[in-house]
Design a protein around this ligand. Structure first.
Ligand code: SF4
Ligand code: FES
Length: 376
């Protein structure tokens, strides 16, 4: 695909359903927006069921039930059953808080295929501190074991940053011990909450170099047993990732109130208009929504992307990162060494990683771990 949307528009492969922004955890790199949507505006069960049927008709194969914490919704089993009935492969992305063994079994019986659990660290105390929730780590491990016992496929997601990146081998060993088939090592992405916490989260270049070498060893050690997915963090990369597989090319994000975004951070870009599933069908939104058209294909690109032979490989990188650093969502992602702002990005990383990290600005509320320590 080059140019804008048209007759040759490919079908999306995945849909991420943010069922709610409510979440018991308070991770300082949360991908939810700074202004969280409230419960009152959330789509109800029937509305989600319609979205899933429309997604399947559009060609979507994989559905990610996410949040916030999807288990904050009492109708999660009904939502899962609707997704299964639509023929979608269904992945639950969960903090596990609110997921009991009985509830997980009910979800499996409703048609859930896969569970993705994020682990904050291999050390319980550090993991709970990062999540802002006392006891979260132990609950995650127990739920991961329940998931594999129930025959659900399991992925462990580990967001790495300066506080835990040195324990990458321990994190991967933990995932293997829990019976995961896959571990995703994801560096914090600096938009929204993580941008606010950049100085607390940014690893040093030396930490990243050590972790990259460790990853090569880990892949060799676990070959055939555990798939390890990882990419170089943007701030230390020379070429950007094709964020979302290209804007408006592969996937859709639906917010709790039904607005459809090309990526989870798209609302940080001023001037975009997001259509809602309450007013339009998913097919209409995919084909004609102004937000999806804005950066689809290559016609919107500036130099150096416009004449670059990688423009249909990485699609110019991440629009939200271009906005955050260049102040222009149509600029070349500064993670690219060809961007005139690449050196600025390296300077930002070095400055953020220098010195003692500040305390986390936890997302959304006073975290449970602090509430408890203040009571004692
Ligand atoms: Fe990708 Fe643009 Fe960099 Fe070329 S200039 S490698 S298209 S980000
Ligand atoms: Fe929005 Fe990368 S997160 S395009």
């Amino acid at each position: 695909m080059s140019g804008g949307a048209g007759a040759g528009l490919p079908a999306p492969l995945g849909l991420l359903a943010e069922l709610t922004h409510r979440c018991p955890l308070a991770c300082p790199y949360c991908s939810n927006p700074l202004a969280l949507e409230g419960r009152a505006g959330e789509l109800d069960t029937a509305e989600w069921a319609r979205v899933f049927a429309e997604a399947a008709a559009l060609g979507v194969l994989q559905l990610h039930l996410s949040g916030g914490e999807p288990a904050s919704r009492r109708d999660l089993a009904d939502i899962t059953a609707a997704a299964h009935a639509a023929g979608l492969y269904t992945n639950l992305i969960t903090s596990t808080i609110g997921v009991t063994p009985a509830r997980l079994e009910a979800l499996r019986d409703a048609g859930l295929d896969h569970v993705q659990i994020s682990i904050q660290d291999s050390l319980p105390e550090s993991a709970d501190h990062i999540a802002g929730y006392d006891g979260a780590h132990a609950h995650k491990l127990a739920t991961a074991r329940t998931a594999t016992r129930l025959g659900l496929a399991l992925t462990i997601n580990a967001v790495v940053h300066r506080a835990n990146i040195a324990r990458l081998p321990e994190l991967v060993a933990l995932a293997a011990g829990l019976g995961a088939g896959r571990v995703e090592v994801a560096h914090a992405q600096y938009y929204g909450w993580a941008l606010r916490n950049r100085a607390a989260l940014m690893p040093t270049r030396a930490q990243v170099t050590t972790a990259t070498a460790a990853l090569a060893d880990l892949r060799a050690r676990y070959e055939g047993r555990l798939v390890i997915d990882a990419v170089v963090p943007d701030y230390y990369a020379r070429r950007p990732k094709p964020c979302m597989g290209g804007w408006g090319r592969r996937s859709l994000n639906v917010t709790p109130s039904g607005r459809v975004l090309p990526c989870h951070a798209a609302e940080t870009i001023p001037g975009l208009t997001f259509w809602s599933v309450r007013e339009h069908s998913l097919a209409e939104i995919w084909a004609r929504s102004p937000a999806f058209a804005a950066f689809r294909g290559t016609d919107w690109m500036q130099e150096p992307c416009r004449s670059c032979d990688r423009r249909e490989i990485d699609f110019g990188g991440c629009r939200c990162q271009a906005l955050a650093i260049a102040g222009d969502a149509a600029a070349t992602d500064p993670a690219c060494a060809l961007s005139p702002l690449h050196a600025t990005m390296l300077d930002l990383a070095a400055a953020a990683a220098a010195g003692e990290p500040p305390p986390y600005a936890y997302r959304g509320r006073q975290p449970k771990i602090l509430e408890r320590s203040q009571q004692t």
